[in-house]
Design a protein around this ligand. Structure first.
Ligand code: VGL
Ligand code: ZN
Length: 199
């Protein structure tokens, strides 16, 4: 267990029912995630953490609506409702999440000009968050990913984790999806083909 870590992705109020970008049933995974946190020796969390006026917010782009796509210097970017503003209640972890055991919280999406779905790289697929180096330095080789949303931040994190050489499992029963235009099916297939273990 010493070479294994649980990474809990974005289990924050804004991604749960009642939040700014709710994922259907997002809150339902909290009891199972709490159980997994107790079982793992090492636990890390990610926290979506945007400044006001972030470039991934539809409100930042005149005439654009949430869930439309715009071209950014790094490629296509889906636009979202304003969510997970730094320091807001929406950016806080779900109140029932027992996160105190976590050894690290990695915050992402804090640069105004670039979004970050993955826990490892921002959406330009080039700017590292530092997580891979942290895990390697700690001797961690195997990752289990849970959280929100299956087809965005969990999937992008899992794909980068495999690419970075970590044995990677996604516990689908401890994830929930946004499922925008078939994204859940597409990202599930992409993860499987890349060598992510889906259970
Ligand atoms: C996420 C959209 C925007 C996620 C974060 O956590 O999956 N999705 N920001
Ligand atoms: Zn976000």
């Amino acid at each position: 267990m010493d070479r294994q870590a649980l990474i809990v992705i974005d289990l924050q109020n804004d991604f749960c029912p009642g939040g700014a970008l709710p994922v259907a049933g997002g809150h339902e995974i909290v009891p199972l995630v709490n159980e997994l946190i107790q079982r793992f020796d090492h636990v890390m969390l990610t926290q979506d953490w945007h400044p006001a006026g972030h470039s991934s917010f539809a409100s930042t782009h005149p005439g654009k609506q949430p869930f439309e796509t715009v071209q950014m210097p790094y490629g296509g970017q889906t636009l979202w409702p304003d969510h997970c503003i730094q320091g807001s209640n929406g950016a806080a972890f779900h109140p029932a999440l027992k996160w105190t055991k976590a050894e690290m919280v990695i915050r992402k999406g804090f640069r105004t000009a670039i979004d970050s779905y993955s826990a490892f790289f921002e959406n330009d697929h080039a700017t590292p968050t530092g997580l891979a180096g942290y895990l390697r330095e700690r001797g961690i080789e195997e990752l289990t990913l849970v959280g929100l949303a299956t087809d965005y931040c969990v999937a992008y994190s899992a794909l980068d984790a495999v690419q970075q050489g970590f044995h990677t499992t996604v516990r689908l029963d401890a994830c929930r999806a946004i499922d925008l235009g078939g994204s859940l099916k597409q990202m599930t297939e992409t993860m499987r083909e890349a060598g992510v273990r889906l259970v």
